[in-house]
Write a protein that binds this ligand. Structure first.
Ligand code: SF4
Length: 190
């Protein structure tokens, strides 16, 4: 466990704990304000993210940024974005359980340094891993849970919204609920 971001990031960038290290171009550590009160967590890097070393930078990332901006959130200003696994699973498959187990200590360390008030899980995998294993994302997106004093919510993954644009209004409702929750419990996000 590292007590500072610099040490944590340096160690993470060298990580070879699971076999995803063999096919990655970059470790995608995370991006944003390290003092943020709101943390977004996806499942893992895709192709663009692996090539650029930053989470959510493809078409899905552009959609995410638009939805964030609509509620006055910005990855360069008042939130942080990370993933369950920090190296790209080949062909964008779901990360295996053992890969999640190997990688989650990095995320836990990020959470312990950041101490977010709200965590938003982007998609089913992150929601099942961090909120509850039987989470039904289609029914339970936008629902707030309390986990160890942190308010948690899952919403639909941006890539899923690109595949199913009919789900966008439901996801946007989640963001409106998030804005209300931020106004209720956060001190310096807005
Ligand atoms: S996915 Fe995580 S545990 Fe596996 S090599 Fe990358 S940083 Fe290490």
């Amino acid at each position: 466990m590292f007590d500072n971001w610099e040490g944590l990031e340096h160690a993470c960038m060298q990580c070879r704990t699971c076999s995803l290290c063999n096919t990655r171009h970059h470790v995608v550590f995370g991006v944003g304000n390290r003092n943020a009160e709101v943390l977004f967590i996806g499942e893992g890097p895709g192709e663009n993210e692996d090539l650029q070393g930053e989470p959510f930078v493809g078409r899905g990332g552009q959609l995410l940024d638009k939805m964030l901006n609509a509620i006055d959130l910005d990855r360069n200003r008042n939130i942080y974005i990370a993933n369950i696994v920090k190296c790209r699973p080949p062909q964008n498959r779901d990360p295996f359980q053992e890969e999640q187990e190997a990688c989650i200590p990095w995320l836990r360390n990020q959470v312990s340094l950041m101490k977010p008030k709200i965590i938003v899980c982007l998609g089913r995998i992150a929601g099942m891993r961090l909120i509850k294993p039987d989470l039904k994302i289609t029914k339970e997106h936008g629902v707030f849970f309390d986990r160890n004093g942190i308010v948690m919510m899952a919403t639909l993954h941006p890539a899923a919204l690109l595949r199913n644009p009919g789900q966008k209004p439901g996801a946007f409702d989640d963001f409106l609920k998030l804005r209300d929750k931020i106004e209720e419990i956060c001190d310096h996000t807005y």
